[in-house]
Design a binder for this molecule. Structure first.
Ligand code: 9MR
Length: 352
C-alpha cells in the first residue's frame, strides 16, 4: 500500500469518528436554529432522566422548550384529595429555568392518570366543580407567570369525533367540565396560553372537525382558548403535509396558535439505514409544514433519546416493537438522520 494512502486510511480510522462528534458539538444547535426561525423546539422529559449527564447536556443545549412527560398529570400532582406533591414538577421547572427553556405544561384534564379519589368519588356536581377548581387553581396558580402554555384539556374528545369521551370529571360534572377547566385556568394565570391537545387531529378528519367546532364554539361564547396541540404520534410514511397545513390554516384563521406537541415516528422491525432515512424525511416534512405555517409556534418531540421512548413500553396494547427508534437521538445519544434533517431544514428556512 502506498505510504500516503496508508496515512489517509489511518486518518479516517483514528480521527474521523472524533471529528464527527466534535462537528456535532460545534455545529449550530437545533435550539439556535429554531430561535432564528422564531419557533420553539421542545422535548418531553421524565424527571428521572435528569440524573443522566449526557441527557442533561443534550436537553439543555438542543431544546428551548420542555414538556413534563408525566410530572404534571393529576395522579402525580394530587394523589390524595387535597394533598399535592410538587417535588418532581418543581425539579423540572428549576431545570427549565436554569437553562432558559419555556415550559409547556401538560396536562390539567386527562382520562388517564386519574387519581383514585376522582375515579371513585362519589361527588355531587357542585362538589366536583369545587374539586376541579381547587386542582387547577392550586397547580396553575403555583406556577403563575412561569408556565407559558398549559394543555388544559388532553384527549377529551371521543376518537370518532362524535362528542366527549367518558371520564370521571364528565361523569360527576357533565359536558361543561371542559370549558370550566379553561375558565379556571384563565382565572389562575391570565397570561398563560391555554391549549386543547389531542392525537389524530393533525390532518382534516372527523375528529379534527370536532376540535375545530369546539374551538369555534368556545370563542363564540367567550371561553378562553388560545391554541391547539397536534400530538403527532406518527407512523412511518403516513404523514400528510397537505392535510396538516390545511388544518393549521383553518385553526390559525380562528385565532389559534398551533403546536406539534408530541412528535415521534414509529415503524415495525429493525431500525435499518433505509428506515432511518425515511424517518428523517418524515421529520423534515413535519418541520417544513410547521415552518411554512404562520400559526405553528412549536415543534416538540415526545422524548429525546430512543432509549426512553414510551413506545418501548411492553403494555401498550396496540404496538409492540422493542427496538423501535422513533426520536432524534439514538440509544447512546448520537444524533440520527432525523436530527440532521431538522438541522438542514431549519438552516434553509433561517436563510430566507
Ligand atoms: O409518555 C407517557 C408515558 O410515560 C406514560 O406512562 C403515559 C401515561 O401517563 O403517558 C404517556 O404520555 C402520553 C401523553 O401524556 C398524552 N398523549 C399520549 C402520550 C403517549 O401515551
Amino acid at each position: 500500500m502506498p505510504k500516503i494512502f496508508a496515512r489517509v486510511m489511518l486518518f479516517f480510522i483514528i480521527l474521523a469518528p472524533s471529528l464527527g462528534a466534535s462537528a456535532f458539538e460545534e455545529a449550530p444547535t437545533l435550539r439556535d436554529l429554531a430561535e432564528q426561525n422564531d419557533i420553539y423546539i421542545g422535548a418531553a422529559v421524565y424527571v428521572s432522566h435528569l440524573n443522566d449527564p449526557l441527557f442533561v447536556d443534550i436537553l439543555g443545549s438542543q431544546f428551548n422548550m420542555l414538556t413534563p412527560e408525566n410530572e404534571a398529570k393529576a395522579c402525580e400532582l394530587q394523589p390524595r384529595l387535597g394533598q399535592f406533591d410538587f417535588r418532581n414538577f418543581d425539579t423540572l421547572m428549576d431545570f427549565a429555568e436554569e437553562h432558559e427553556m419555556t415550559v409547556h405544561g401538560h396536562t390539567l384534564l386527562w382520562h388517564q392518570c386519574v387519581p383514585s379519589w376522582l375515579a371513585n368519588g362519589p361527588f355531587s356536581r357542585d362538589e366536583a366543580i369545587d374539586a376541579l377548581r381547587d386542582h387547577i387553581m392550586t397547580v396553575v396558580g403555583r406556577y403563575k407567570g412561569r408556565i407559558a402554555i398549559w394543555d388544559v384539556a388532553n384527549e377529551t374528545i371521543a376518537d370518532d369525533g362524535s362528542g366527549l369521551r367518558d371520564t370521571p370529571w364528565r361523569q360527576w360534572i357533565g359536558d361543561d367540565y371542559v370549558e370550566l377547566a379553561f375558565q379556571f385556568a384563565h382565572e389562575a394565570d391570565p397570561d398563560a396560553l391555554l391549549f386543547y391537545n389531542d392525537y389524530n387531529i393533525e390532518s382534516v378528519n372527523d375528529k379534527s372537525d370536532a376540535v375545530y367546532a369546539m374551538v369555534s364554539d368556545f370563542l363564540a361564547r367567550g371561553i378562553p382558548i388560545h391554541g391547539v396541540g397536534m400530538q403527532s404520534h406518527m407512523i412511518l410514511g403516513q404523514i400528510d403535509p397537505y392535510g396538516i397545513a390545511k388544518n393549521m390554516q383553518r385553526l390559525g384563521e380562528l385565532g389559534m396558535q398551533v403546536q406539534i406537541t408530541e412528535l415521534d415516528v414509529r415503524f415495525e422491525g429493525e431500525p435499518s439505514d433505509q428506515i432511518l432515512r425515511r424517518q428523517a424525511s418524515d421529520y423534515r416534512r413535519m418541520m417544513e409544514t410547521c415552518l411554512e405555517s404562520e400559526y405553528c409556534t412549536a415543534f416538540i418531540t415526545w422524548g429525546v433519546s430512543d432509549r426512553y421512548t414510551w413506545l418501548r413500553g411492553s403494555n401498550l396494547g396496540f404496538f409492540e416493537n422493542p427496538v423501535v427508534a422513533p426520536l432524534l437521538f439514538d440509544d447512546d445519544y448520537n444524533p440520527k438522520p432525523a436530527y440532521d434533517a431538522l438541522v438542514e431544514v431549519l438552516t434553509e428556512y433561517a436563510g430566507e
